[in-house]
Design a protein around this ligand. Structure first.
Ligand SMILES: Nc1ncnc2c1ncn2[C@@H]1O[C@H](COP(=O)(O)OP(=O)(O)O)[C@@H](O)[C@H]1O
Ligand SMILES: [Mg+2]
Length: 247
């Protein structure tokens, strides 16, 4: 089982869009996939038509002992399951802090699922917190969406130094360009600069209204409009991640 965290300091950069669409692409390619919605807003759960409620909330997510599998819900897609969000996750930091070895608790809990899944994707809320540390600790790779804007590289530098400061476990950093609008000159220029950095995944996710419309369709783009460029881009992103991870 490989775990991929989708995390950055910024909000609104396409983390959840990537989480849901990459998870769906992975499931389509035959990989047994679990999407873990760690954001109390529960957008990933919403997109997959699963209520953002978890029996026992943050406590049962973190409780030691017992298989996390009992909390996993199937989705309407083959090979794709979800651990839904819960509003109590707004206190996930406090819940972690109350535990022994908080940094590794999430990793230990996810390890109980290693027989059932090949891939776990963690959709995170934007913050730098104990939860982020726990996510880094649990992740083999960290998928980092970067919008090609002036501050984007600065944010990525902050992500890099935060990851580097976590000496215990260094996930493979996989930044990728998100919400790219090729009509904007700044986007074209920044995209070029980012892709000159070999750590960036080569696939760029276009700014596309079909992604925005996921709030209405409540489905991954490829499930409703598979021939759209955005659907193909998410599939290509998954294939690159798969190659780098060796899933
Ligand atoms: N590739 C895209 N093209 C157009 N809109 C997008 C794209 N990715 C995300 N969005 C929209 O931008 C907003 C933020 O995206 P979201 O994935 O929720 O970001 P995050 O999880 O980082 O906060 C949402 O309204 C979403 O529909
Ligand atoms: Mg989100």
């Amino acid at each position: 089982m490989k775990t991929v965290g989708i995390w950055t300091i910024k909000g609104g950069v396409g983390k959840t869009a990537a989480a849901v669409n990459v998870a769906h692409a992975a499931a389509l390619s035959g990989v047994r996939t679990l999407l873990v919605d760690l954001d109390p807003q529960g957008a990933a759960s919403f997109y997959l038509r699963i209520p953002a409620r978890l029996k026992g909330g943050a406590r049962s997510l973190l409780r030691r002992g017992g298989d996390l599998g009992a909390l996993v819900r199937p989705t309407e897609f083959d090979n794709l399951a979800i651990l839904p969000a819960d509003f109590s996750y707004r206190h996930l930091d406090l819940e972690l802090e109350r535990r022994k070895k908080p940094g590794r608790r999430l990793a230990d809990r996810l390890a109980t699922l290693s027989e059932r899944f090949d891939l776990v994707l963690l959709d995170c809320a934007p913050s730098v917190s104990l939860v982020s540390e726990a996510v880094l600790r649990a992740s083999d790779a960290l998928l980092v969406p970067v919008i090609p804007s002036t501050l984007s590289m600065r944010t990525l530098d902050q992500v890099r130094s935060f990851v580097a400061s976590q000496t215990r476990r260094q996930p493979l950093l996989l930044p990728f360009l998100s919400m790219v609008d090729r009509r904007k000159r700044l986007h074209r220029e920044t995209t070029g600069a980012c892709l000159a950095d070999s750590s960036f995944l080569r696939t760029t996710i276009p700014f596309a209204s079909v992604v925005e419309r996921m709030g209405l369709t409540r489905a991954p783009v490829a499930a409703t409009l598979p021939s759209q460029p955005a659907a193909k881009a998410f599939a290509a992103l998954w294939h690159e991640i798969r190659e780098r991870l060796g899933v």
